[in-house]
Structures are given as structure tokens and as C-alpha cells.
Write a protein that binds this ligand. Structure first.
Ligand code: TMP
Length: 208
């Protein structure tokens, strides 16, 4: 495989959308094809699973939630990610397996070893670079609340859930510092974009 897989992670209100646009622009600026996707989702079956997962009308146990995340991911890898990487495109994903470790592992308390086994079997791939947009939980929530949109099933969780999600992301950075670029997402949007662009420049230099 010649392409690269880049994921963008972060808690609620971390500014993932504008960071994704900046990553995409940085890659396309170098004349490389970008395939952008999101998790859960990114394929017809994955998007159907996403609708199921995020619908506040459903009550879903932690185990089913984890398996549905990986069902969508297994499909995404085989239908979209691998073919793109094989033809040399770069895949930019709004979240990937780190989110399962953070939300289902940290947030719901599922054993990380089990998630690692699913990662090996169902996801099969790890990102080459993961940008973690790290923001204080309350600050992130205040931004989301400002949007006024209805909350999905996972956004309705309590603050301590999101504190565990954030802590787990940070533990993953500590365990694999070379794969992550941590961006202080509490800064202004301009500063976040500049930090994202700098992280991409470093990655390009490393991979040249
Ligand atoms: P989004 O907010 O980035 O659109 O992601 C949808 C939600 O799904 C978000 O609350 C994080 C959650 N999620 C998990 O809980 N586990 C996962 O593996 C993924 C990819 C997302």
C-alpha cells in the first residue's frame, strides 16, 4: 500500500470539521488525491449503522455499541479505505479506531484488550497519523450548546463520561507518541488551523 491513512479525533466541540478541511487542503496542496470519510459511516451500510447508533430513541448496551462501531469500520476498510490506499490515495477519516478505545473503552468501561483484538481482526489498519484535537470538556460542551442542534444519543452522556473519553485519548498519545499530533483545540480557530497545518508539514517531511 502506498497511500496514507490520517484520522482526526477529539471530543465534542473540538472543531473537527474545520480541522478536517485544513488537513484536506494541506494534502491536496501537494497534489495528492484525498478520499475523505467519517466514522461511524462512510459507506451505505456504515451510514445506516451510524443512524442506528446515534438515534436517541434507542437504548444500546455497551457491547452492541462497540460491535456496531466495528461493523461499520470493517465495511469501511474493505469497501473504501484499502482500495483507496492501494491506488495511492490518502484517506482522511473523521475518527477511526482510537474513538472506540476512548468512547467504548474509556467512556463505557470495556476492556481495552478486547478492543485491540477487534482492531487487529476487523479494522486491520492503524492510521499513519492521528490528529487529536484536545479541548477542556466544559469548553467543548459550551461550543456545542451554542450550535443549538439536538443532541444525539452519545452527546447526551454526562460530563464524567467525556472526561474519561478525553483521559483515554491522552493515554493513547502517551503510549504511541510518534503516531499522534496533539493540537490544543482550546485556542482560536486560526491558531488551531495553523497547528494542524504545521503537523501535516512535519508528517510530509517525515515521510518524504
Ligand atoms: P462525530 O461526533 O464525530 O460525528 O461521531 C459520532 C459519535 O460517535 C461521537 O459521539 C463519537 C462516537 N464514536 C464512538 O463512540 N466510537 C467510535 O468508534 C466512533 C468512530 C465514534
Amino acid at each position: 500500500m502506498t497511500g496514507r491513512l490520517i484520522s482526526v479525533e477529539g471530543g465534542e466541540g473540538a472543531g473537527k470539521s474545520s480541522a478536517m478541511a485544513a488537513v484536506r487542503a494541506a494534502i491536496e496542496g501537494r497534489g495528492v488525491e484525498v478520499v475523505q470519510t467519517r466514522e461511524p459511516g462512510g459507506t451505505p451500510v456504515g451510514e445506516a449503522i451510524r443512524t442506528l447508533l446515534l438515534d436517541p430513541a434507542h437504548s444500546i448496551c455497551a457491547e452492541a455499541e462497540l460491535l456496531l462501531m466495528f461493523a461499520a469500520r470493517a465495511q469501511l476498510v474493505r469497501e473504501l479505505v484499502r482500495p483507496a490506499l492501494e491506488r495511492g490515495a490518502w484517506v482522511l477519516s473523521d475518527r477511526f479506531t482510537d474513538a472506540s478505545f476512548a468512547y467504548q473503552g474509556g467512556g463505557r468501561g470495556i476492556d481495552g484488550g478486547l478492543i485491540a483484538e477487534l482492531e487487529r481482526w476487523a479494522a486491520t489498519l492503524k492510521p499513519d497519523l492521528t490528529l487529536l484535537l484536545d479541548v477542556d470538556v466544559r469548553q467543548g460542551h459550551a461550543r456545542v450548546a451554542g450550535r443549538g442542534a439536538g443532541k444525539d444519543r452519545i452527546e447526551r452522556e454526562r460530563e464524567d463520561f467525556f472526561e474519561r473519553v478525553r483521559a483515554t485519548y491522552r493515554q493513547r498519545v502517551a503510549a504511541e507518541p510518534q503516531r499522534f499530533a496533539v493540537i490544543d483545540a482550546g485556542q482560536s480557530q486560526e491558531a488551531v488551523i495553523a497547528a494542524v497545518t504545521a503537523a501535516l508539514d512535519q508528517a510530509f517531511a517525515r515521510w518524504a
